[in-house]
Write a protein that binds this ligand. Structure first.
Ligand SMILES: [Zn+2]
Length: 430
């Protein structure tokens, strides 16, 4: 079984007539097609590029036989010699390069390769195999070969493009030849039937995982292929002699959990005169204090306003619910602000002179802040907009004694003040 593109699988099997049969998946299954020959083992398939297929099997003469598909037509069977005592295994380690493995008369692993032009001779890779080998390549030049050993455990040998590793025991108790697939660099998935006839699976990715049972009742060794990252298809014969198919796809990555919505005051800065404490600094101080009661502060926009007649704005007595004509005129400038956004007008001064004033016309939440205001004035005035009154403590943001006289910065907001602010329509879920 092999795959040369996502969604494509080519499955080969020896039929009841000992001939080779082929079925492929490409937006659906094709049905079985005969490819002739007389096989004395299960076939092995590899792809050497898009649309290019190679199938190998042991023939009636115990030799290795090969048939290729070039994207248009099948080549017919060719003999590659040797004396096999198992089904072959095949993989491509790069464009045009093919590797075939099988157990020889001496039970050792034997290897023959095709470099794109010509076949090498047979080479022994040693070992004492009690099953057919399985092979996969996770990248150019790389080969990983597996087989059951005399102890029925899984054994592994790899080629890194330059040299072969020694044999490595990977445990388990195999009752079939292994199968292996790779979906990407450094990843291997090995399958085999266990003593319970179930399908067992082991994964390599930076290190070997343990054996896990995937259930089922197999009457043949499994075959495995991957058509792309996080996808593996495994086939095996069941007790009904039919071909069974199981595939694995990675669970979709969980949706990132959005941070819990935090009540947010959206502030729009309208600047008639740039304040001594920069708007972004005042916003940062405000954030620091508001965070203590679980409220975020967003500087939603900044706009310069050229309104010289309102630059020393008449705020009257600055009593909540009472606004002057000039405040009415100034607070009409709300471009970009939603109905519950707070607009702060940075002016040269108020008349009479205050650091700021938080009275606003109905439906136009906002405040004015004078040029000479302190770093805490913005938070203080917006606190008024959110419904807070003055308190006596000089440690409090809402001190009635002037924010320039705050004694223990950063100033405090009490839990009760926090509740008032959170119940204001101007601390919004955004
Ligand atoms: Zn105040």
């Amino acid at each position: 079984m092999t795959s040369w593109t996502p969604g494509r699988l080519d499955v080969f099997a020896r039929g009841a007539d000992s001939g080779l049969w082929h079925q492929w998946h490409d937006n659906g299954w094709s049905g079985w097609q005969p490819l002739g020959g007389v096989l004395s083992s299960a076939p092995a398939a590899a792809t050497s590029g898009p649309g290019r297929l190679h199938v190998f099997a042991r023939g009636a003469d115990s030799g290795l036989w090969h048939q290729g598909f070039d994207g248009t037509a099948w080549s017919g069977w060719e003999s590659l010699g040797g004396a096999l005592t198992s089904a072959p295994a095949a993989a491509s380690s790069g464009s045009g390069r093919l590797h075939v493995f099988a157990r020889g008369l001496d039970s050792a692993l034997w290897h023959r390769s095709f470099d794109g032009t010509a076949w090498s001779g047979w080479e022994s890779l040693g070992g004492a195999l009690t099953s057919a080998p399985a092979v996969a390549s996770w990248g150019p030049g790389r080969l990983d070969v597996f087989a059951a050993g005399l102890d029925s455990a899984l054994w592994h040998r790899s080629f890194d493009g330059a040299s072969w590793s020694g044999w490595e025991g990977l445990g388990g108790a195999l009752t079939s030849a292994p199968a292996v697939a790779s979906w990407g660099l450094g990843r291997l998935d090995v399958f085999a039937a266990g003593l319970d006839s179930a399908l067992w699976h082991r994964t390599f990715e930076g290190g070997w995982g343990g054996w896990e049972s995937l259930g089922g009742l197999l009457t043949s060794g499994p075959a495995a292929a991957s058509w792309g990252r996080d996808r593996i298809d495994v086939f095996a014969t069941g007790t009904d002699s039919a071909l069974w198919h199981r595939w694995w796809v990675a669970a979709p990555a969980p949706e990132p959990t959005p941070p819990a919505a935090m009540p947010t005051v959206r502030v729009h800065a309208k600047i008639l005169t740039a304040p001594d404490v920069a708007v972004t600094d005042a916003i940062a101080r405000m954030r620091e204090v508001y965070a203590t009661v679980g409220i975020a502060v967003e500087l939603a926009s900044t706009e310069r306003l050229d309104l010289p007649t309102l630059n020393d704005v008449d705020v009257g007595d600055c009593i909540r619910g009472q606004t002057t004509a000039e405040q009415g005129e100034l607070f009409a400038h709300r471009s970009g602000a939603g109905p519950n956004d707070v607009v702060v007008y940075f002016v040269r001064s108020t008349v009479p002179p205050y650091n700021g004033c938080a009275t606003f016309p109905a439906g136009r939440p906002g405040a004015v802040v004078a040029r000479g205001a302190t770093q805490w004035t913005l938070g203080h005035e917006v606190g008024h907009v959110l419904g807070l009154g003055h308190v006596g403590s000089r440690d409090s943001l809402m001190t009635g004694g002037g924010t320039s006289n705050i004694t223990n910065p950063p100033p405090d907001l009490s839990p009760g003040e926090g509740q008032t602010m959170l119940s204001s329509p101007f601390s919004q879920e955004v």
